[in-house]
Ligand binder design. Sequence first.
Ligand code: PDD
Length: 286
Amino acid sequence: MTRTVYVNGDYVPEGEASVSIFDRGFLFADGVYEVTSVLGGKLVDFDGHWARLERSLTELEMRNPVDRDEMLAIHRELVSVNGIVDGRVYLQVTRGSAGDRDFAYPSEDTEPTLVLFTQATPGILDAPIAQKGIRVISVDDLRWARRDIKTVQLLYPCMGKMAAKAAGVDDAWMVEDGAVTEGTSNNAYIVKDGAIVTRALSHDILAGITRAAVLRFANEAQMKVVERDFTIEEAKAADEAFITSASMFVQGVVEVDGEAIGDGRPGPVSQRLREIYLEESLKVAI
Ligand code: PDD
């Protein structure tokens, strides 16, 4: 089946979708994005992603071309026409095209570009990796200093992913001034003596929508949560480690820089959080 995608008001087969070569997303990475997971045909935490999109756009003085209800309708239409049961909806808003290359932002009346597409991930909840856990290496965090804005400047995370691949592992944790910031496309956590430790929110990391939900569920379940910096050495000595993201949910991390964490298997805290997260998120998915 040919995938149907959305481009600036139209639903078209993916092979017919097009955006100008002068689009600022293409020329300057002048755009933001969101990834919302779909489980059982429903959108997980749509409103969390919508709120973060609005924030990213505001921080960059960019206009949102649609309102919340229209964005939800586009998500639902794409999920429906593409027959997505388990998968993701990717959305991207750019500052549009002024018809030439100019570093200065174009005039206010330049239409932003809005693109959405779906990705199917059948069987993702039962993927063996969830039981096995992922392995990570550490790399220096060389990204820009406003990682709280979800921009499409993703070259450095791609390089981190390739460094991980070259090392024969699954992902990279980025380190700045001796402390872990986050994974290439996920938030990072360790568990020590029952406490869940994760970096506090700031301009240094993305405020994960999954992170917010998981920390809320952890607090509700009376688990101890500490928001502070942690080092790779601490991760090696931790009882458990895990990541969260809309695409991986809660995923155990079993090795960092070649050293096993805990007993080298996803630990009980991350497994319990994964269960709670999936159960509670599914209840309120729309
Ligand atoms: N990435 N940190 C970074 C750098 C990310 O790119 C992401 C998400 C997260 C987790 O955020 P959330 O829980 O809202 O997905 C943290 C998405 C999934 C991606 O780029 O594909």
